[in-house]
Design a protein around this ligand. Structure first.
Ligand code: NAI
Ligand code: MG
Length: 350
C-alpha cells in the first residue's frame, strides 16, 4: 500500500517541521505494511520572489495525482501579508474543493490546559467546519466607497449541497468515532433565520439516516461558554465557516495552544491537505527551535484519514510519550531541538 504524499514545506519553520513528519512516516513505513512516496514542491516565498508564481495550474493538476498533501506553513516578511496565505492556502483549498476543515481538540496532558480541573478525558472533541462557503465565500461589495454614504455588504452563502455534504460527513464521523456517537450542530439559528434555518432542516433530514447518532444543538454564543466550562459534553461538532474559525481557536487554547493544533482540509472524494495550524514563525525560523509536534499530529491525522487508524495511533502514542517524558522543545518546557524531537519520536515508535 504505497501512499503518494505531496510535501509543501513552505516558508519559515514550515520545511523544518514537515522534515520531521517525513522522517517519522519513513520510520513508520519500516515497521508496518504502509509505504510512502514523497515528492517535495517548492511553493512559497522563495519561489514567488524568484518567479512571481504562487501555485500554477500545472502544479494543481499534478497535485491531483497524490493521495494527500502535507503542508508546513506559508508567510514571509519579504512578501506583502496575505499574498502567500491567500494565493497558496486558500487557492488550494478552493481549487481542490476541500470542503471540510477537520480540527481535533484533544488535550494530551492536563498540564497544558488553562482550564482548572480539566484533563484529557474532558477535552476531546472533533470540530467539523464548513470550509468553502458561508461568510467567507467572498460575495459582496461596496457602494459609494470612501464617502459618508458608504454601504458595504458581505453575504453569507449557504447552499443545500454545501450544507448537506458537510453535515453528512460529520454524522459519519460521529458514528465512527469512539466516544458518545453524539453530533452537536453549532449555529445561530435564533438570529440567522434563513441561513441557519437551512442548517437546522438539513441536520434533521440527514440525521434520519444515522439513528445511532445522538443529535444535539447549541447556539454559538452558548458554545463558547460550554467549551470553557463543560468541554466534556462535546463529541463531534459541525458548524459553518465563520463560527468554525472562531471556536477552533478557542479549542486550540484549551488543548494547550498552537503547538498542539492541527487541521485537515478534506475532500473525501478528492485530495486532502494536512497541516499544523501555526504559521511560519519567522522569528524562530532556521534555529532548529520550532516545535514539530503539531506537524507530527497532522501527519498522524493524514495517516488516519487515508484509512490507517492503527498506524496513526502509533504516532499518537509516541507523541504522548514525548510529552509525558518532557522530550519536547523549549516552548513546551523541554530542552530538545526540532530535529531532536523528530528523532525521539522515531526512536519510540512501534
Ligand atoms: P505564527 O503561528 O507563525 O507565530 C506566532 C508565535 O508563535 C511566534 O512567536 C512563533 O515563534 C510561535 N510559534 C508558532 N509556531 C511555533 C512552533 N511550531 N514552535 C514554536 N513556536 C511557534 O503566527 P504569526 O507570527 O502571526 O504569522 C507568521 C507568518 O505565518 C505570517 O506570514 C502569517 O500570515 C503566516 N501564517 C500562516 C499560516 C499557515 O500557513 N497556515 C497560519 C498562520 C499564520
Ligand atoms: Mg483562524
Amino acid at each position: 500500500m504505497t501512499k503518494r504524499i505531496a510535501v509543501i514545506g513552505g516558508d519559515g519553520i514550515g520545511p523544518e517541521v514537515t522534515k520531521q513528519g517525513v522522517k517519522v512516516l519513513e520510520k513508520l513505513s519500516q515497521i508496518t505494511d504502509l509505504d510512502f512516496e514523497f515528492e517535495e514542491f517548492s511553493i512559497g516565498a522563495d519561489h514567488y520572489l524568484a518567479t512571481g508564481e504562487l501555485v500554477t495550474d500545472e502544479v494543481k493538476a499534478d497535485l491531483l495525482n497524490f493521495d494527500a498533501i502535507y503542508l508546513g506553513a506559508v508567510g514571509d516578511p519579504r512578501v506583502k501579508p496575505g499574498v502567500l496565505e491567500h494565493g497558496i492556502l486558500l487557492d488550494l483549498r478552493f481549487s481542490l474543493d476541500q470542503y471540510i476543515n477537520l480540527r481535533p481538540i484533544k488535550l494530551l496532558d492536563s498540564k497544558f490546559t488553562p482550564l482548572k480541573g480539566k484533563g484529557p478525558k474532558d477535552i476531546d472533541m472533533m470540530i467539523v467546519r464548513e470550509n468553502t462557503e458561508g461568510l467567507y465565500a467572498g460575495v459582496g461589495g461596496f457602494f459609494k466607497k470612501g464617502t459618508k454614504d458608504e454601504v458595504a455588504t458581505q453575504e453569507m452563502i449557504n447552499t443545500y449541497k454545501g450544507v448537506e455534504r458537510v453535515i453528512r460527513y460529520a454524522y459519519e464521523y460521529a458514528q465512527k468515532r469512539n466516544k458518545n456517537n453524539k453530533l452537536t450542530l453549532c449555529d445561530k439559528s435564533n438570529v440567522l433565520t434563513y441561513s441557519h434555518d437551512l442548517w437546522q432542516r438539513v441536520f434533521k433530514e440527514v440525521g434520519e439516516k444515522y439513528p445511532d447518532v445522538t443529535q444535539h444543538h447549541m447556539l454559538v454564543d452558548a458554545m463558547t461558554m460550554k467549551m470553557v466550562r463543560n468541554p466534556e459534553i462535546f463529541d463531534v461538532v459541525v458548524t459553518c465557516n465563520m463560527f468554525g474559525d472562531i471556536i477552533t481557536d478557542l479549542g486550540a487554547e484549551i488543548q494547550g495552544g498552537m503547538g498542539m493544533a492541527v487541521s485537515g482540509n478534506i475532500n473525501p472524494e478528492g485530495v486532502s491537505m494536512f497541516e499544523p495550524v501555526h504559521g511560519s514563525a519567522p522569528d524562530i525560523a532556521g534555529q532548529n527551535k520550532a516545535n514539530p509536534l503539531a506537524a507530527l499530529l497532522a501527519a498522524a491525522m493524514m495517516v488516519e484519514v487515508l484509512g490507517n487508524p492503527k498506524e496513526a495511533q502509533m504516532i499518537q502514542k509516541a507523541i504522548d510519550l514525548s510529552l509525558a517524558e518532557n522530550q519536547t522543545t523549549i516552548d513546551m518546557g523541554g530542552k530538545l531541538t526540532t530535529d531532536g524531537v523528530g528523532d525521539y519520536i522515531c526512536s519510540v515508535l512501534g
